[in-house]
Design a protein around this ligand. Structure first.
Ligand code: FES
Length: 112
């Protein structure tokens, strides 16, 4: 069973924006990112279902220019922010891997 950990404070992710995270070390390292929409946050593995590579083309840049979708930097796949479903690109119909997250006392908790 996964242990809950604090990822960061909610206000460390800018409103309407995204932020990357690394948790664990060595073989236990996991690359994640979060997208904030008001009091909601969506946490995913930073791994594109097309190749397994990272989605960001610069640190903390995970969204398209309209900040309406998550966009993979490598081949431009677009994913819905709310559920990680790919709506455009080479991995059409696949999902990002989501991690359950909750906000308590202004902090983002995940099961990792
Ligand atoms: S690696 Fe993400 S779309 Fe190809």
């Amino acid at each position: 069973m996964a242990d809950p950990i604090v990822l960061c404070r909610l206000d460390e992710i800018p409103e309407g924006g995204a932020k990357g995270f690394v948790i664990g070390t060595g073989a236990a390292r996991r690359d994640l990112f979060g997208v904030r929409r008001g009091r909601q946050v969506f946490i995913y593995e930073n791994s594109c279902p097309h190749t397994g590579g990272p989605l960001d083309w610069q640190p903390d840049v995970f969204l398209d220019v309209e900040t309406a979708h998550i966009q993979c930097a490598t081949h431009g796949a677009l994913f819905r922010i709310g559920d990680g479903f790919c709506i455009h690109g080479p991995c059409l119909g696949k999902h990002l891997t989501a991690l359950p997250a909750r906000i308590e006392a202004g902090r983002i908790w995940i099961e990792a």
